[in-house]
Design a protein around this ligand. Structure first.
Ligand SMILES: NC(=O)c1ccc[n+]([C@@H]2O[C@H](COP(=O)([O-])OP(=O)(O)OC[C@H]3O[C@@H](n4cnc5c(N)ncnc54)[C@H](O)[C@@H]3O)[C@@H](O)[C@H]2O)c1
Ligand SMILES: [Zn+2]
Ligand SMILES: [Zn+2]
Length: 388
């Protein structure tokens, strides 16, 4: 037993081989998150015990609740977290207790074909995401009510402590507030990269962003920083459209149908060079409208998650051929966690990226269901759980 654990988890530790903490668990689809005691095993080789400071409330965890993302249950939710390393397992040489980390929601091994060709977002280790078990040995370190728990994106950031593989950890400067840094684990890089990397926004481009939550707000920021001439935000909620203007949008519309005539006017009929899809739930039904908003040789970026069972989309494939329109998917903004998380923190420090404005409300862990209700009600750009 490592007795040091007893000193740093004073309020939550039991002496022994495991510690007790609290976490938000989803036991069944279409039920609320249940905040309860979780038993956490010590980190094994290649693993890290982290005391979390904060976790963003991304829409992707809502897909677990609705069943649109059919991951293994029971699961500790949360994949947008940051915290302080408490203990490292055997063989973890580059992290030590006291280091600050953000978790990448896709682990990066640094060795597979994707990692070694600059596509860490597609690391082979991501194959375990649906099972939520530890990368090292396929077992669980988290248990509640006598059952093994899986972890959203191998992280489980709706918990005050977690054990994750070192491949999920990105070390950051200690002077970055963790309740803002957590957003880099998903929403910020995903949205920003959807515009800058997947969308390849160029100076002078006209860009539409469809859906202004944590992801869309950052797509706007990315498009603006990449030099877009017009950034057109589309969302049915008025508050979202107002916030979009604060993040750098130049025009707003309440639906894609309404935007169609508007974008025609704004572009003399040439339409948008890039259309970035960041709605709460993706829909194949509306893809045709997205393509109609897109210019010749323009690109639709699909970042929003579609229900796993959706197998069809309504698009004019003739447009795809005759106008050379492109439809591309994007995971984690097509970015590299180890490169892009520190890079975007640097943009925040330089005043070129707004993280503070993204956080509409903070909640304690016990407020997790209120946070998701606020997201469903369109009240938040991002809600963030802040732990003591
Ligand atoms: N690809 C990735 O790597 C990745 C990563 C994170 C999240 N996501 C996905 O991105 C999506 C957005 O996540 P979020 O956390 O920003 O969600 P969110 O719920 O905070 O925001 C979604 C926004 O979409 C708006 N919206 C809903 N229907 C719309 C419509 N028909 N037209 C225009 N706007 C509409 C809502 O009003 C809301 O403001 C989700 O599907 C999420 O799972 C993907
Ligand atoms: Zn997310
Ligand atoms: Zn890899």
């Amino acid at each position: 037993m490592d007795r040091r654990r007893g000193t740093f988890l004073v309020s939550t530790t039991t002496w022994g081989y495991s510690v007790k903490t609290q976490a938000g668990i989803l036991w069944e689809t279409n039920t609320p998150w249940s905040v309860e005691e979780v038993e956490l095993d010590a980190p094994k080789a290649g693993e890290v015990l982290v005391k979390l400071a904060a976790s963003g409330l991304c829409h992707s965890d809502e897909h677990l609740v609705t069943g649109d993302l059919p991951f293994a249950l029971p699961i500790i939710g949360g994949h947008e977290g940051a915290g302080v390393v408490q203990e490292v397992g055997e063989g973890v040489s580059w992290l030590q207790p006291g280091d600050h980390v953000v978790f990448g929601f896709i682990p990066s091994c640094g060795k597979c074909v994707s990692c070694s060709t600059g596509h860490q977002n597609l690391c082979d280790m991501g194959a375990l995401l649906g099972l939520g078990v530890q990368i090292a040995d396929g077992t669980s370190r988290h248990h509640a009510q006598g059952k093994d728990l899986s972890l959203m994106c191998l992280l489980g950031t709706f918990g005050k402590h977690t054990v994750v593989n070192e491949a999920s950890c990105i070390k950051i400067d200690k002077d970055v507030p963790l309740a803002r840094a957590c957003l880099l684990g998903c929403g910020v890089v995903t949205g920003w990269g959807s515009a800058v990397y997947a969308g390849d926004v160029q100076p002078g481009d006209v860009v539409c962003v469809v859906g202004i939550g944590g992801i869309g707000a950052n797509a706007i920021q990315g498009a603006k920083l990449a030099g877009a001439k017009k950034v057109i935000a589309i969302d049915p909620v008025e508050f979202k459209r107002e916030k979009a203007m604060e993040f750098g949008a130049t025009h707003t519309f309440s639906s894609m149908t309404e935007a169609l005539a508007g974008v025609q006017d704004l572009t003399w009929g040439t339409m948008a060079n890039k259309v970035i899809m960041t709605m709460g739930v993706g829909s194949g039904e509306v893809l045709g409208e997205a393509l109609a908003l897109t210019a010749k040789r323009g690109r639709v970026v699909i970042t929003n998650i579609h229900p796993a069972m959706e197998m069809s989309a309504s698009v004019s494939l003739l447009d795809v051929t005759l106008m050379e329109k492109q439809i591309v998917g994007s995971l984690f903004g097509s970015g590299n966690p180890r490169y892009d998380i520190p890079k975007l923190i640097g943009l925040y420090q330089a005043g070129q990226l707004d993280l503070d404005g993204l956080v509409t409300r903070e909640y304690p862990l016990e407020g997790i269901n209120d946070g998701y209700q606020d997201m469903r009600d369109g009240k938040n750009i991002r809600g963030v759980l802040v732990y003591d």
